[in-house]
Design a binder for this molecule. Structure first.
Ligand code: APR
Length: 295
């Protein structure tokens, strides 16, 4: 997708190409050492993983997320939800990090303090070499046990399984089961697996609609945003909270904020620069322009 430069935004933002960024902004950014890169599904689009909300190709264009990505959907039809995630895992496992992921990892390796805060569940930032990665919405390829809140709280004193740390389904956990038995189970086609210790159904360790984010993940994200001098928001529609608030929080705290997206969001009108283009094309060029000695 070509990088295009076009109009002046409603706020103080001019849509820019990396080559037309305001030299004063570049000078500011060049002096900065603490950078957050905040990413959404568009970051992995050029790796072949579909986004969620793109009108034609997005996952939610063909599937109602309420039927596939909520705890209630899993409770009602675990096999359907499992099978859908297995298909997505197929796309994730065959995907490779793109030039954008690589550019972010290279920036960290060049000595900047880079924290990646991602909504993506595909692990491509880590596979590209980024070390400081906060996965706000979990990781598709990791499994956890499904906590059926209704059943758990109906029991007089629910047992916690020592293998999966969830509410045990069987009255007595299997004394021979080990954590390693659980780790060996993957997101593969077939019947929904169960925890070998307690019989609880297993599910991908991702955050579905209606579920809270892991407290340590969102706290780490807030800390990184509050410390950063610059935040670059890439490929995120900013429609899902609390992740969507992070770029705004950085702006409010005085950080320089840049958006990279072929379809600018509301942030574009308020941030310091909005670059209309695809992540894999824009990021290597953008970083080379801002930090030429490090890229
Ligand atoms: N480069 C950069 N951005 C792109 C590209 C690309 N090649 N292609 C598409 N985009 C942009 C789109 O314009 C859109 O703004 O990526 C964004 C994708 O938006 P969503 O599909 O809504 O994905 P995301 O913002 O990550 O969704 C947030 O919603 O369904 C939940 O849990 C899911 O983490 C996800 C959350």
């Amino acid at each position: 997708m070509p990088i295009t430069s076009w109009k002046v935004g409603a706020g103080n933002t001019a849509y820019a190409m990396p080559s037309t960024l305001d030299p004063r902004l570049i000078a500011d950014l060049r002096a900065m050492r603490r950078v957050v890169v905040f990413t959404g599904a568009g970051m992995s689009a050029e790796s072949g993983i579909p986004t969620f909300r793109d009108r034609l190709s997005g996952l939610w264009a063909h599937t109602d997320p309420m039927e596939i990505a909520t705890p209630w959907a899993f409770r009602a039809d675990p096999q359907r939800v499992w099978d859908w995630h297995v298909l997505l895992a197929g796309a994730v496992c065959t995907a490779a990090p793109n030039a954008g992921h690589a550019a972010i990892a290279a920036l960290e390796q060049a000595g900047l303090e880079v924290t990646v805060i991602t909504q993506n569940i595909d692990d491509l930032h880590r596979r590209a070499g980024s070390r400081e990665v906060i996965e706000l919405h979990g990781n598709l390829l990791r499994l956890t046990s499904f906590v059926d809140e209704e059943a758990a709280f109906a029991a007089a004193s629910p047992t916690i399984c020592r293998v999966c740390d969830g509410y045990a389904v069987w009255e007595h956990c299997d004394p021979w089961a080990e954590r390693g038995d659980l780790a060996a189970i993957g997101l593969r086609a077939g019947p929904v697996p169960r925890c070998p210790g307690c019989g609880a159904l297993l599910r991908p360790d991702v955050v579905w609609f209606g579920e809270p984010l892991a407290v340590d993940a969102i706290e780490a994200a807030w800390n990184a945003v509050d410390r950063c001098e610059a935040l670059i928001a890439v490929g995120a529609s900013l429609e899902v909270e609390p992740a969507a608030s992070l770029p705004w929080r950085a702006l409010a705290r005085g950080a320089r904020v840049i958006e990279v997206n072929p379809a600018p969001t509301a942030l574009a009108a308020e941030c310091h620069a909005a670059i209309r283009g695809a992540a894999a094309e824009v990021l290597p060029e953008l970083f080379a322009r801002i930090w030429p000695t490090r890229c």
